[in-house]
Every structure is written in structure tokens, then in C-alpha cells.
Ligand binder design. Sequence first.
Ligand code: IPM
Ligand code: MN
Length: 352
Amino acid sequence: MKIAVIGGDGTGPEVAAEGLKVLEAIAALEKFKYELTPFDFGGDRYLRTGEILPTGAVDELRMFDAIYLGAVGHPEVPPGVLEKGLLLELRFQLDQYINLRPVQLFPGVETPLTGKGPDDINFVVVRENTEDLYCGVGGFLKKNTPDEVASQTAVYTRKDCERCIRWAFEFTRRRNNPKKMLTLVAKTNVLTYGHDLWWRTFQDVAREYPEIKADYNHVDACCMWMVKNPEYYDVIVTTNMFGDIITDLGGILQGGMGVAAGANLNPDAGGTSMFEPMGGSAPKYTGQHVINPIAAINAMAMLLEHTGQPRAGKRIIEAIKTVTGTKMKSQAAGKMGYSTQQVGDLVVQALS
Ligand code: IPM
Ligand code: MN
């Protein structure tokens, strides 16, 4: 397995190092081989060279089985530059049309929802990852005048929405949760063109999966249910922008940015997928060894699960559960009761 490693900015390299430590341990236990290639993309390189992704970088990354990303975001780089130039650019160029965000509360992890535990908070959001308001269609007219007009257009294609919805049905089938339910989350009562396309496509594809309950929630109602009855959900499929918003809500339900991870998948043959912890680069904690690596280790589990080593991925998740359930005091930076490296060591110990 060939893995490109982009440690990135701030605490990104620190948490990625713990994910790689766990990879080394599980590869020995499960007897598989891998090869790592580091890339120094991120804020520092950009400030030094003015380049975010040098010419040819995307084609180079295409040759890998997976990309493992620490974090992007640098205090001296204006907001949006690295996000657009690195993260979104890779998602688009590598056609990673699925953004997979498990919302799973691990044992021992605190959730803001009173009375809810690991059995209640365990669902997965399948977020479309290449279209919608993220496509960059729009512009200004009469910029910086009192008559200024700005437009930002959501674009949806039948082809992309269909492949995303079909993947979500397949995923729901594989997940095989007793609920066997896929909920489309959209806003068909207002977005009567774009989300009408999603709705019709969802109905069409649902016919191919009669054993799966095809469910629908408006996005605003979904936000209420996620807080009130998170146990209702099995798998959610949704559009890019709504998916971005509800997955942060999901992230906090599962204990926050120190825990939550995501996968940007190109599930097609030969596609390159990218795996990342959800937390940012947390510049103020850089070098202090207090940041929580569980999210990055969780991202490594997802990498293995989706890149041909599912048993290794599952073993890592079980080890994470042991560590959060029996060792860590908190998931917050500086309050874990252990350093970043010690948490990585605990996960390695729990593997064997
Ligand atoms: C995410 C992030 C990104 C997004 C940002 C950093 C561009 O919030 O992965 O959810 O909006 O997709
Ligand atoms: Mn987000």
C-alpha cells in the first residue's frame, strides 16, 4: 500500500505522527506492507514559495492508494486560501465525490447530549463532496460599489448525485445495521430545482434496494432530531453544504474535534482517497504535545478500512474504544491526562 502523507500545518504533523505509529503497529500484527511518502504542502511552504500545490503535484498524488492528511490552516495565511488551494482542490481534482463522516460516540467520551450514550450516537453521514455551493460558480458585479451584486451558484448534476446516492445505498447495505435505513437530508420545500433532482434520483435509486428503508428529512428538522433523537439515524446522505454543517453538529455529539474523522473517497477503480482528522491545525497548541490524536488515529482506521485492510481498521477502532473507555480523562487538548504521544502509545498497547 502506497500512502502519501501531508502532515500540514500547526498540530497536523503531531497528530499524523501518532496515526502513523498506530499504522506501524497494526501492519506488523496484520502482516501487511506499506510505503510512506511525505509531502510538505501547507501554510509554511506557501509562505516560503507562494505555491500551494506545485505543478504536477496532483498527478503525483494520483499514483498513491491513499493520502493521509494532518491539518491545513496557518495563522499568517488569510482564511480560505489553503482550504481552497489544497483541501478542496484535492477533493475536486481527485474526484473524491464521497465525504464520509461517521458520528460514533466512543465509550468514556463525553457528549453534550444528556442521557445519550454510545448506543444512541452511532450513525454515518455520506456527504456529496464535489458540487453544490462548493463548485465555485459565481462572481461579483460592480464590486466595491453601492450597487454591488454577488452570486454564488449551487450546481448539481444527475450523474454525480446518482453516484453519491447509489454509493450511500451500497454502504447502508454493507453496514447492515438493524435499522437498514438511508435518510436523504435536503430542503425540497425551498430548493425546488436542485433538491428536486436529488429527491427524484433518490426515489429512482431506492427501487434497486428494496430491503433498505428510504427515508427523508428536511435539513432543519434533521438538526433537531440529531440533538433530540440521534438514535433514529443509521445512514444519512446529503448535499455538500448541508453535509458540511450537519457533520460539525455530529462532530460535537461524538465528543468534538479531538475525536471526529472523515474520509474523502473516490471509490472508483484506481481512485485515490484522502483521510483526515476533522480538527483544524490548532496553532496555539503546536509543539506542546497536548493535542488529542484520537481523531487522526480514527482517520487512519478509516484509511485502512477503505484501502483494502478492513480488519486492521476495525482493530484500531476497538483499540481506540479501550483507550477512551478506560484510560483517557477527557478528549480536550491538555486535559487528556496524557500527552499526544502517550495517547498514541496507549492505542498501540491496546491493539495487542
Ligand atoms: C470540512 C471542512 C472544509 C469544508 C473546509 C475546511 C473547507 O469544514 O471538511 O468539513 O467546508 O468542507
Ligand atoms: Mn466542515
